[in-house]
Design a protein. Sequence first.
Lengths: 774, 490
Amino acid sequence: MKDLQTIKGAVHQDLKHDSAIKQVQGRADYTDDIAEPIGTLHAYLGVSTVTHANIRGMDLSRVRAAPGVVAVLTAEDVPGVNDVSPTGKHDEPVFPTEKVEFHGQPMFAVIAETRDAARRAAELADVDYDVLPHALDPIAAEDAGMPLVTDPLKLERGDVEAGFAAAANRISGRMVVGGQDHMYLEGHIAFAIPGEDDDVVVHCSTQHPSEAQHMVAHVLGVPSNAVVVNVRRMGGGFGGKESQMNLFCAVAAIGAKKLNRPVKIRPDRDQDMTATGKRHDFVIDYDLGFDHEGRIQAVESQFAARCGYSSDLSGPVTDRALFHADNAYFYPNVRLKSRPQKTNTVSNTAFRGFGGPQGVVAAERMIEEVAYALGKDPLEVRKANFYGDAEDGRNVTPYHQTVEDNVIGRVVEELEQSADYQARRKAIIEENAKGGIIRRGLALTPVKFGISFTATWYNQAGALIHVYNDGSIHLNHGGTEMGQGLNTKVAQVVAEAFQVDFDRIKITKTTTEKVPNTSATAASSGSDLNGMAALDAAEQIKARLVKFAAESRGVSEEAVSFVPNHLRIGDEVVPFDSFIKEAYMARVQLSSAGFYKTPKIHWDRAAGKGRPFYYYAYGASCSEVSVDTLTGEYRVERTDILHDVGRSLNPILDIGQVEGAFIQGMGWLTTEELWWDEAGRLRTHAPSTYKIPLASDRPRIFNVELADWSENREMTIKRSKAVGEPPFMLGISVFEALSMAVASVADYRQCPRLDAPATPECVLMAVERLKAGA
Amino acid sequence: MAYQNDIRFLLNGEEKTVTDVHATQTLLDYLRIEQRLTGTKEGCAEGDCGACTVLVGRLRDGRLHYETVNACIRFLASLNGCHIVTIEDLSGPKGRLHPVQEAMVEYHGSQCGFCTPGFVMSLYALWMENPQPIEVEVETAVQGNLCRCTGYAPIVKAALAVNQYGNPAHDHLTTERNAVTTRLQALATKTRIVSGPADDRAILPADLADLAQVLAENPKATIVAGSTDVGLWVTKFMRPISPVVFILHLEELKRIELSDEALTIGAGVTYSESQTAIRAGFPHLGEYWDRIAGWQVRNMGTIGGNIANGSPIGDTPPVLIALGAEVTLAKAGSTRSLALEDFFIDYGKQDREAGDFVSSIRIPRPKPGQIDAAYKISKRRDEDISSVAAGFSVTVGSDVITEARLAFGGMAATPKRAAQAEAALVGQPWGAAAFEAAAQALAQDFAPLTDWRASAEYRQIVAANLLRRFHLEHDSANDTEAAPVRLAIA
């Protein structure tokens, strides 16, 4: 019996994404593919055409009179609370009543018989604006006296002043880091179907169904139990659908309840990009003290972020920038401050890394400053500053968490060898010394990334498992599938637990009806949290089955075990399905809800102290680039990556995450540029103007490995580590390699101080600046 | 006169006759909303992401040819007599996966899956045309497909492996080729087609003479060939464009004639269709041609449209002006030709009278001693609009520059020659000094704009540096193998 030996789809094995076959056939359904019931209406948002203004009056009569229009929704049509702010700050109206605070801000919604009719009508509003001055970036906004959107954070450790006083060298500087649009291929969409009483069901593409549910209840003024939010899958999320779907869900639900007809809302790509938030841009001011060996003695930095007009998730995002401003480096004396600055732009939001990448890229800039000041290889400076261990005492972060699982030294050392870093660097320096037009650069950068929501209460999850009496298993958990393979991994955990083939398990849509009060599928936490919750549910059912098996056969519970697709009960081996049938007939409960909460973590924000992270994930990448010093054009010649995912639940899916994150991180720092004109309009608002990497932008040679020796020292699901966000920061090696190529034109005597994104223009301007200064 | 009022085509295996097709009805909306074929996705509605990629089979000189197009900006009315193939046609619900699909599954080419059907269709077209591609050919085939999840590595691996999963000779589009050809011939229309209401009317002239007639009757009509730009007027700006005269089906505008003197290209020839002749006649344009938009857009967009559109940042005008191209305009009863550079009068203004249409472009072959180069600078190398585009044609005799044609896009309100820089070159000995002087003179030729693609300062510096690059690249003293002066493509 072959199926007795091993199961298909156990953990730690390569297994295909569970929707892959449907996806390649175009048969995987996304929200816009759901068949529309008769009577479905379509909503579209009408938006502001100015950047900052008091609304004197809004005449929507032409909108209402347009062909096909059924209704127009404004603030007056919100039955409950006119607010969708995710953190309860009450600063994000569904529809504003007094003022607009960014260009393209939603002001009203049109509901019409067709989407085309709604879209055309939405252009017809006559709004009387009292235009006010605006500020678009955090520096201009600070100068204009605009407030912060939320409380700043300060992290402090050691004696910063004494550290600077003792440091032999001191450098201060500024780095400007651009934001990033998510450019998920599927844009925002919500589809609300009204039910009886207060009920409404909303199909949508959100990473956070529970929050969408609560928001819809909130704006409708009904209890949460009247609202169901369903997500089968998303066509990409990346953080952009954590809080930003709330508005669309709210509008669809208000319309559906008001008109008692299904209402779907789907903005076009331009509105998706102008009306929903992005990665925060940052302006980082740093002051740095270091010794002659390149060891950092003191750091003082301020992280000012373009938060947009409301707080959204800017508090935790700017907090996380500080949590990662150390990257993998020990700062003996450090003071870090955030400045979550209000600006007249769309409210920025979560994006893979959640502020962390901006902290890490600033840390790497500081390393460069030290290296160029001392004439050292940046890698040498990196190594000199890596976190140590309990023995050397260099293992405490600026937020007073002790780094207990440090493997960065080993990761970097192995990559340095496998990528042949030293020999290649030497060859590149020799080649560049010939003074050619094409210069090369090489950089090896590390990443250490803290895993857990810094909002401690988010670190909980639920799951629901039904074993039907034919032995088939229905699995549901609170996480959402956006392409990362979460459903596949969680099902592997369940298959392993029951020792049944993976295809016995059906993974269904995420719905607030099955698992309540879930957290966003974010912070890379999906499999850590939901895998554990599903395992808990499986273990409960298993315990009942074991008890029943022992009782029914008169053996001890220790004599019962789950073997591939069977149970071994004493000397007897029973197929799983027939035993399930038996258990059902004997009235054993075959359904269970599981729960998990992350242990050990705590965080005191006011004090800036605690253990916000359960563990850290590590990785490193080494990239080589060629730069054309006449045009600033560049090409990534080779990238080597070694990344730590602990004991991988599914190595091939994890490699997919690492590769995809690297390319996305590279895009953030190279060609992806958000550009506002002086009037406050975002002019890069569709793929025609906003350039994410293409296949031809991939490194010409791309070697990606997982650190197969790694195992999470904490009791995570099967000792794996989270993978969603950490590898995003591997893209920084490309940015640093560009910097080295630029530095070559001034013989590496000057830190190029490249700002991000390093577009060809940015690179050429740096070349020109260094040539002029040399 | 009795016109045909419906649009007839094959959709996957089925023959469709659709009445009252509005001019601006897109193929994508027809597929998703009317046919409920939801495998084809909308990602951007501007032809830049490729999630809506489908195949269109067309008869060209009686031969059936399939090509990828962006359904989001392709108008349904333009598809009379075509075979539309969507992702749903590749495998049955319980059927075996298509080789392209199989490879994509085996190599983990999908994550969120939203871009996947579009990639499958692009790779399908590639496999049929080139079953054993090399990596750079795969990259070129998917320039018009964005993926935000995978980082592309598994998709490229899948593309390279497709042939292990099946032979295009056994694909149904190959085995049914004759039958489909016969069916399409039966659908081909010999009369004018007029469809849709007055405010959204589609007109497909029967032939070239009829086109002139239609334009005489409708002097304010919008002429649409590949709809790669006009498509966005509709999907992005909801601009009324009725009546719309579709011309991509007109065989008379599809002529390509390469002689020793010149290449003459009909205005309805797409970038893809012209590629072989362009490479043969003007080898320096081969690589440049591959960087015009993505494959889908190259299959739709025409050189005639790129010119008639009058954009200051079109890819072809600068390089064609440098080569001394002429454009021929036709209207009922007359034709006239003029130098391409004279066609562009000012921003948004061309030398085109009511009833005129661009009928062909004539590009003279290089003379002895003529050195040609084409450069495109953009934020992203592929599928991007240029911040600066340049075509240089410099003729050298006895080491002296006898003629210089330096044309730029992105530097002024129109594609424009750099008169001062040209003057700095002509009569000078070939060498760094002449090009340095020309680079300096460019500052008097242009005062470019700052926008989201590039700043004025960058445009000025790069334009000047492209002259320096041109000199370095073509100077015999330079060993560009040992010390390259620009980045290689592959």
